[in-house]
Design a protein around this ligand. Structure first.
Ligand code: NAD
Ligand code: UGA
Length: 480
């Protein structure tokens, strides 16, 4: 039996430890956090985060071999293996502000471990960190005057929110990086043995420490790059008459490219893509690789542009003003099946529309509380309405900002009848049947597709003149 501890009871710490507890009943798994309210929520019937399958999993393991507590000191003292999954946000001050990872929570944790330890331990980096953070961790840990030995292991987490439990139950791979020394390899093996309880051995990859750290940042950069790439193509589709879904399908049929992560959208959100890429950019700059830094930074710039372009399209379509117009925003979460609104493009769209003095009504099946907290201080006309029918009633427009299946299943005929006409739908996730909506009377704008309208705004006319037919895109100057 081992005492496994996780420091940080967030989106990663809670679910990861619940899965380990489920598959390793012989181990005692403890999760600690400095946030008392969060720990209390983990101990209650209302968990602090929503993830499909998580309630059941926690119910089955909590109190058996999974425990949530604020007793950090005692938990560290008792632990054999410590996973650290504290937050590593983008630094907002001083050197590297806006790009570098803020490692203050990380370092505070390392110092706490040294302080409270009386036996040797394996310390596992679960948080996403700049390459070579393990070296700093080792230095802090080895500064102890008790003669204790610590081994640092990199075990980055690849789960995505909304499918966290499934991703952890059936991971594409588990990555475990360690030192090549005999004690380093013994520590790697101990961590491998935990995951081998349910992950096939061939999916457990062992690497050196630095590859482990860098692979995590690189994987997020590659994923985000795909979203920015398809969104860049979406912009071109909208002015040429090509359909981004058809283009994505055609691209994705190439087995070298593959079909996943090619959905055009209002841009990627979530707590990690932007921060991890900016962290990668900062690392490249710090290591004297400005061209590499600029290459990755463009993925983030493209994402900001995509969000801004979506709002500009809304304003242009609605006769160049949204002031005092009620606009129903369907979706606040950064993606479906999560209550998380961190870096949500939906909130970015919301903020822009509020600046334009629209009357914004936000609806989301799971993320309204988080949206309310995030937008709390924003001056302007925002209402939070759980019922999308009530949100749309009397609205000039609906914008789909999160791809919740609930939104695709609504009665759009009834919504249309309750709205101000002409009525607009802006589908920022391409999840609705656009032709059917157009037939109902809506003016429909999607991402990466020509609009389906019952009239042309002056801007659309300007965009489309020179082109063949309305809705079929325009030709470049060299073709006319
Ligand atoms: P989170 O903010 O949800 O949770 C982090 C928790 O750590 C918080 O509850 C905070 O109170 C706690 N904490 C901070 N300092 C502490 C300390 N000194 N002692 C005890 N607790 C402390 O963050 P998260 O989303 O779980 O992400 C954690 C790490 O995992 C980040 O590095 C992130 O990049 C990475 N990651 C996140 C995801 C994801 O989908 N959210 C996926 C993979 C990797
Ligand atoms: C992402 C990665 O997928 C995980 O592997 C990683 O562990 C995690 O970041 C992390 O390090 O935090 P997550 O951000 O939870 O997971 O969710 P994703 O499914 O990757 O979606 C991210 C954003 O991209 C969402 O806003 C989503 O709507 C958007 N997206 C995704 C698109 O716009 N189009 C797509 O085709 C895919």
């Amino acid at each position: 039996m081992a005492n496994i501890l996780c420091i940080g009871a967030g989106f990663v710490g809670g679910p990861t430890m619940a899965v380990i507890a489920q598959h390793c009943p012989e181990h005692r798994v403890v999760v600690v956090d400095v946030d008392r309210e969060k720990v209390a929520a983990w101990q209650s019937e209302e968990l602090p985060i929503y993830e499909p399958g998580l309630d059941e999993l926690v119910r089955a393991t909590r109190g058996r071999n999974l425990f949530f507590t604020t007793e950090i000191e005692r938990s560290i003292a008792e632990a054999d293996i410590i996973f650290v999954s504290v937050n590593t946000p983008t630094k907002t001050f001083g050197q590297g502000a806006g790009k570098a990872a803020d490692l203050q929570y990380w370092e505070a944790t390392a110092r706490r471990i040294v302080e409270c330890s009386f036996t040797p331990k394996i310390v596992v980096e679960k948080s996403t960190l700049p390459v070579r953070t393990a070296e700093a961790m080792e230095r802090i840990l080895s500064s102890n005057d008790k003669g204790l030995e610590f081994e640092v292991i990199s075990n980055p987490e690849f789960m995505a929110e909304g499918s966290a439990v499934k991703d952890m139950q059936q991971p594409d791979r588990v990555l475990i990086g360690g030192r090549p020394t005999p004690s380093g390899q013994r520590a790697v093996q101990e961590v491998v043995d935990i995951f081998a309880h349910w992950v096939p051995r061939e999916r457990i990859l062992t690497t050196n420490l630095w590859s482990g750290e860098l692979a995590k940042l690189a994987a997020n950069a590659f994923l985000a790059q795909r979203v920015s790439s398809i969104n860049a193509i979406a912009g071109l589709c909208e002015v040429t008459g090509a359909d981004v879904s058809e283009v994505a399908h055609a691209i994705g049929c190439d087995s070298r490219i593959g079909p996943r992560f090619l959905s055009a959208s209002i841009g990627f959100g979530g707590s990690c893509f932007e921060k991890d890429i900016l962290n990668l950019v900062y690392l490249c700059e710090s290591y004297g690789l400005p061209e590499v830094a600029a290459y990755w930074e463009q993925v983030v710039s493209m994402n900001a542009y995509q969000q801004m372009r979506f709002v500009s399209k809304m304003i242009a379509a609605m006769f160049n003003t949204v002031a005092n117009k009620r606009i129903a925003l369907f979706g606040a979460a950064f993606k479906a099946h999560t209550s998380d609104t961190r870096q949500s493009p939906a909130l970015a769209v919301c903020r822009r529309l509020v600046q334009e003095r629209a009357q914004v009504v936000l609806s989301d099946p799971r993320a309204l509380a988080s949206a309310r907290a995030a937008l709390g201080g924003l001056a302007g006309d925002i209402t939070f309405e759980p019922d999308p029918h009530l949100a749309a009633c009397g609205a000039h427009a609906i914008a789909i900002l999160t791809e919740w299946p609930e939104f695709a299943a609504l009665d759009y005929g009834a919504l249309y009848r309750s709205m101000v006409h002409p009525a607009f739908i802006f589908d920022g996730r391409n999840v609705l049947d656009h032709r059917a909506l157009h037939a109902l009377g809506f003016n429909v704008y999607a991402v990466g597709r020509s609009p389906l309208t019952h009239f042309q705004t002056p801007l659309e006319q300007a965009l489309l003149t020179g082109g063949p037919q309305r809705g079929e895109g325009r030709s470049p100057s060299w073709a006319s």
